[in-house]
Write a protein that binds this ligand. Structure first.
Ligand SMILES: CC(C)(COP(=O)(O)OP(=O)(O)OC[C@H]1O[C@@H](n2cnc3c(N)ncnc32)[C@H](O)[C@@H]1OP(=O)(O)O)[C@@H](O)C(=O)NCCC(=O)NCCS
Length: 156
């Protein structure tokens, strides 16, 4: 795929609910994004859970990213977010996060919580842009690397 970092970064991104037929594309992005990726079973369980929401982002019909979150009363818990490597820095994650906030606000949620690897500069930059601030740490949270998680919180 061409290097999109040198062309206009504006893209038309459509979002919709994740469906079972999306699994192949979603798992491909998931496996390329995380050292301990979610399994197909985890996504399928997530999609069935009444508190959980899963959106995919598409550009010209191609899945370029996804977000999974739970709404529990007034709290949004961001559970998963990833963008295809060829589409990073094109506001895909921003669009998905905005979608999460819109849906959640419509259901009465007023604040968001997430965990992120301390070393994940891209995600930290993204979350700070959306008003998340670090509220604490969970040492050794990620069992694959032993890395600490930063707990981030945002008031919507
Ligand atoms: C983190 C991730 C989801 C960001 O997706 P993205 O679509 O590239 O993000 P956006 O284009 O919407 O970026 C929005 C802002 O986030 C920040 N950001 C994104 N990538 C960044 C990077 N590599 N370094 C620093 N800041 C970054 C910037 O503030 C950016 O705004 P700008 O482009 O105007 O400077 C993506 O890099 C990814 O899939 N990473 C692997 C999976 C992952 O870490 N998920 C998060 C788990 S907690």
């Amino acid at each position: 795929m061409e290097d999109k970092s040198i062309v206009d970064t504006a893209v038309d991104i459509e979002t919709r609910d994740m469906i079972v037929d999306d699994m192949e594309d979603v798992l491909s992005i998931e496996r390329a994004s995380f050292p301990t990726p979610w399994s197909e079973g985890m996504f399928l369980e997530e999609m069935k859970h009444p508190f959980c929401h899963d959106l995919v982002g598409l550009v010209e019909g191609q899945i370029v990213g996804y977000i999974s979150f739970a709404i529990v009363y007034d709290e949004i818990h961001l559970r998963n977010l990833a963008v295809h490597k060829d589409w990073k820095r094109r506001s895909i994650a921003s669009k998905l996060l905005s979608g999460m906030i819109n849906i959640s606000s419509g259901r009465g949620a007023s604040y968001g919580v997430l965990e992120v690897r301390r070393s994940n500069e891209a995600a930290l930059g993204l979350y700070k842009k959306f008003g998340f601030v670090v509220k604490g740490t969970r040492p050794f949270y990620y069992t694959d690397t032993g890395e600490a998680a930063l707990i981030m919180w945002a008031d919507f």
